[in-house]
Write a protein that binds this ligand. Structure first.
Ligand code: NAG
Length: 470
């Protein structure tokens, strides 16, 4: 093994440039047989307990970092440290020794990579442990590239360079952001701000509590990701700590993959007690290769019977998609990836109850319903596939928090007029584009509509069925 103390380094991990070889450049520090060097040393697969070593990460990525290899780079010279992702600078740490801030420049460093258990989250207030039934967890490294100054016996390989013209200062030694790099950093903060909204996405640790399933609820990534699992003994679920009276609620979900028959994954709003209100998204699993059913319903004062069901136009198990409920005093809109799939209007004038007087919590759960969920209950849950797992992330609420203690809304006003700050969701309705989208969904993907089930409602449809679906 090479002795590679580095004084100044630039490394590319998971890169595509001239790749170094893990056999030559690295040695396994711990984990015994769990660290494996494959493909002649080009792919390093390490197997660990679940964990996260990069405590400096303060950004959400603009891609799914588990779907493909991406390049993470550290440039370290005497003046600054630049962190890059796929060549895009995400952070610059300048040498500010002149104003008394220590800067790493006198000690050689090695490169370390690891994957480890993050049970310490539990001691920071988390209740959820690593789910060892999912072990082993695996992360892969490839194309390590090091362009640095190697220190051997106290001497740097870059020291003799002044006499060697072929070995003049390398780009990384003076690396700084040009205009493009500065724009990239600006772009990144804008992206994080506008599109990904990770900074104020609700945190599962802070904003939710486990309702059932104990360790089957796992919070990861510092509370930004939550996984629910279901086994033969129990499902699992969580709820928001807050109660809300109107708002927009977004959740990204990745549903149980493979044979999910008999499982139901939910994301819904509900009040408590008799005569409750509820707004439901339920995802009914299916046999491998068969489509999920998205089931929606609205309960007002204890009464439901407003089911509409849909297929999805994508595989909801292969990546995260966004499911949203917009709830204001005039209507409820269900959206999938921002495409409206259903509008439930307030038709109190026609005598149809509408949920608007009871505060609701956000709930999510994964449970077994093989007595009815899949193909009418004919297909049962295959427990040999357990545990089943669904993942939630980027839980976002833009809503009026209701305080039962003081009977006040964070939006001001009383229950009946909580629309007094100007947020889009409070008056949201479909525009022409939204109506077109909804028509498209209804035409191609709607598989059940309570307003069209004459057998079930032989006494006649509910009055709102005669009104516009927008
Ligand atoms: C499961 O797949 C079957 C066959 O494609 C389909 O009829 C059914 O609606 C799907 N969904 C559920 C929840 O049964």
């Amino acid at each position: 093994m090479a002795n590679f103390h580095l004084l100044v380094i630039s490394i590319v991990l998971m890169g595509s440039l001239v790749a170094g070889n893990f056999n030559d450049l690295t040695e396994i520090t711990w984990g015994d047989g769990r660290g494996k060097i494959l493909d002649g040393g080009k792919v390093h697969t390490n197997v660990y307990s679940q964990g996260k070593g990069n405590k400096e990460q303060q950004f959400h990525l603009w891609f799914d970092p588990t779907a493909a290899f991406h390049t993470y780079t550290i440039v370290w010279n005497a003046n600054r440290i630049v962190f890059l992702v796929d060549e895009i600078p995400i952070r610059v740490y300048n040498n500010h020794e002149s104003i008394g801030i220590a800067y790493p420049k006198n000690q050689p460093m090695k490169i370390y990579c690891s994957l480890w258990n993050a049970d310490e989250w539990a001691t920071q207030g988390g209740r959820v442990k690593t789910d060892w039934t999912q072990a082993p967890f695996t992360a892969s490294y490839k194309n390590i590239k090091i362009d640095g100054c190697v220190v051997i016996s106290g001497a740097s390989s870059c020291a003799s360079r002044s006499t060697d013209s072929a070995n003049n200062a390398k780009p990384w030694e003076t690396h700084e952001l040009d205009a493009k790099g500065r724009n990239r950093i600006r772009w990144l903060s804008l992206l994080a701000l506008v599109l990904l909204s990770p900074v104020w996405a609700d945190n599962f640790y802070q904003d939710t509590t486990v309702t059932f399933g104990d360790q089957r609820v796992q919070m990861q990534d510092g509370g930004r990701l939550l996984a629910l699992s279901l086994d033969k003994i129990s499902g699992s679920g969580f709820q928001s700590k807050n109660e809300y009276l109107f708002g927009r609620f977004d959740m990204q979900l990745k549903l149980v993959p493979g044979n999910s028959a008999g499982t139901v994954t939910t994301f819904y709003l509900s009040s408590q007690g008799a005569g409750h209100d509820e707004i439901d998204f339920e995802f009914l699993g299916n046999s491998s290769g068969q489509p999920y059913t998205v089931h929606t319903n609205v309960y007002s004062q204890g009464k439901g019977n407003k089911e509409q069901q849909f297929r999805l136009w994508f595989d909801p198990t292969s990546s995260f998609h966004t499911y949203s409920i917009v709830w204001n005093s005039q209507r409820i809109i269900f959206l999938v990836d921002n495409i409206p799939i259903r509008v439930f209007n307030n038709h109190e004038a026609l005598g149809v109850a509408f949920p608007k007087n009871q505060a609701m919590r956000v709930y999510a759960s994964l449970w077994n319903a093989d007595d009815w969920a899949t193909q009418g209950g004919r297909v049962k849950t295959d427990w040999s596939m357990a545990p089943f797992t669904a993942s939630y992330r980027n839980f976002n609420t833009n809503a009026c928090v209701w305080s039962a203690a003081t009977s006040t809304s964070s939006c001001g006003g009383s229950k009946t007029e909580s629309v007094n700050n100007d947020q889009t969701w409070q008056t949201q309705q479909l525009n022409a584009n939204g109506r077109n989208r909804l028509r498209w969904v209804h035409q191609k993907y709607m598989i059940y509509n309570y307003c069209a089930d004459a057998n079930r409602f032989s006494q006649g449809f509910s009055p709102e069925c005669k009104r516009s679906r927008f």
